[in-house]
Design a protein around this ligand. Structure first.
Ligand SMILES: NC(=O)c1ccc[n+]([C@@H]2O[C@H](COP(=O)([O-])OP(=O)(O)OC[C@H]3O[C@@H](n4cnc5c(N)ncnc54)[C@H](O)[C@@H]3O)[C@@H](O)[C@H]2O)c1
Length: 438
């Protein structure tokens, strides 16, 4: 109670200092006031200290939900049997094959890239935290698919340095294909922390472990076309400005490109960033429009299609997964060795950024028409003005640099690619008795 007194006393101080009137016992009052103020300060500091202690001791927001945070603490890796699995998965079978650590291996792109590497005889080991940003059972199904091809996906978070260091102790990876990230543009408004956790802190952790590894691996990682943000010059080429991101997702990818520059500059890591343009295909991501349009058209649910101001077209440079995989493998194959050792740079190292797109943007309305024809169901369309939620109106890749340096040449048009996606979707959600994507 005594602590409250000075506050009420202070409340009585007139706003104009000159008008402040002393009461009858100013000395006693001041004394009591000072000791109470000291107590208040003491308790405030103690309280503040406890809050700080709580924040520094508690883990950062790991991923979309608590369940994935739980997966962080349950480190169920290690032991001779586990190490044997890791070694066997990463064993190179082809002459001059690579030994690749793939992060985000249970993700859409990660699964396809891992399977393709394994098919040609490279050693592959996956890492994924199986978070529930979208249906984890789809990630588990992809894991099972990889398991059948001989790829072991370790369950763990890229922020777990002990795990990553252990993996490098067991296998001298020549390359890291870093695909783990918090994807999605709109979700960034709901859960910004998950983007910082995976796309900034996670990337730094991966690069920290890579720079300390002996030998250092070459790193290829997924940036995004979203770094072009509000850039209106089309097609987007690598020299265009990327300082106007339209979403936090884009900002974290742009930050990733700058972080990559730093690790290349200081530690001699060979790093290649790939700016993917709207990747689609079988085993795709349920949060992407082509995927949930398919689900909703089949369910007879209304689908919302955004249009730009004045009925302007919203279009995307949709890129089929097999073309992206070819680009990823070419980036790995052409990556030069890192030049550092023992955490120190020994010479200049390669630093590259490439667009991987299809160079033929298609209006979203056309995407819906193709799906209607493939599904033989008319969509219930609702045209809406594009909200300011991080989406951009148009993406279009200039791929001449990737063509020149990687021999990248996309070959699948949207109609052909969607046909393969729809075939997969129908068989995955019907024959296997799985519930349709929610
Ligand atoms: N699919 C696209 O259209 C597209 C476009 C541009 C860029 N990208 C980028 O390509 C990469 C792969 O995308 P995708 O479409 O396969 O997404 P995805 O969400 O299917 O795959 C990412 C995987 O990373 C895992 N992951 C996330 N945070 C992790 C963490 N902290 N530790 C360990 N694992 C973690 C997730 O569980 C997921 O399985 C991402 O970096 C994404 O930002 C994708």
């Amino acid at each position: 109670m005594s602590q409250l007194k000075p506050i009420s006393h202070l409340d009585n101080i007139p706003s104009t200092p000159g008008k402040f009137k002393m009461d009858k016992s100013p000395y006693i009052h001041r004394l009591r006031w000072h000791s109470s103020l000291a107590k208040l300060t003491f308790w405030s500091f103690l309280f503040l200290g406890l809050i700080l202690l709580f924040f520094f001791r508690s883990p950062p927001p790991s991923s979309p939900s608590d369940s994935s945070r739980r997966s962080l603490s349950n480190s169920n890796w290690g032991g001779p049997a586990w190490e044997k699995r890791v070694r066997s998965s990463a064993r190179v079978r082809a002459r001059n094959g690579l030994s690749v650590l793939v992060t985000g291996a249970a993700g859409f792109v990660g699964t396809h890239v891992s399977a393709a590497l394994k098919r040609r005889g490279d050693g592959v080991l996956g890492v994924d935290n199986f978070n529930d940003y979208y249906d984890p059972s789809l990630k588990r199904a992809r894991q099972a698919l990889l398991e059948r091809t001989g790829v072991f996906v370790v369950e763990g978070d890229i922020n777990d340095s002990a795990l990553l260091r252990k993996l490098f102790d067991v296998v001298a990876f020549t390359h890291v294909m870093h695909l783990a990230a918090q994807a999605g543009v709109r979700y960034a408004m709901q859960n910004p922390g998950s983007y910082v956790h995976s796309n900034i802190a996670g990337l730094v952790n991966v690069l920290e472990v890579c720079k300390s590894a002996n030998p250092q691996p070459a790193v290829v990682w997924a940036s995004s076309s979203s770094v072009y943000g509000l850039n209106s010059k089309v097609p987007f080429s690598e020299e265009d400005r990327t300082d106007q991101p339209a979403s936090l997702y884009a900002a974290t990818k742009k930050a990733g490109e700058e972080i990559a520059h730093t690790y290349n500059h200081i530690y001699g890591l060979s790093i290649t960033g790939l700016r993917f343009f709207t990747v689609y295909g079988p085993w795709g991501r349920p949060d992407m429009a082509y995927f949930f349009f398919t689900r909703d058209i089949l369910k007879g649910k209304q689908i919302q299609i955004f249009e730009a101001p004045n009925h302007g077209t919203v279009a995307r440079d949709f890129t089929y997964i097999d073309d992206i995989v070819k680009g990823c493998l070419a980036a790995l194959d052409t990556a030069e060795k890192s030049t550092g050792r023992g955490g120190k740079k020994k010479g200049p190292a390669q630093l590259r950024v490439f667009n991987l797109g299809n160079t033929s943007p298609v209006p979203v309305t056309e995407l819906v028409s193709i799906l209607e024809r493939l599904l033989k169901v008319k969509a219930n369309r609702l045209m809406l003005k594009m909200p300011r939620n991080g989406d951009v109106q148009f993406t279009h890749a200039n791929i001449s640099l990737a063509q020149r340096e990687l021999g990248y040449k996309p070959t699948t048009d949207l109609q052909t690619g969607l046909k393969k996606f729809v075939r997969w979707y129908l068989s995955y959600y019907s024959s296997s008795g799985k519930k349709s994507a929610s």
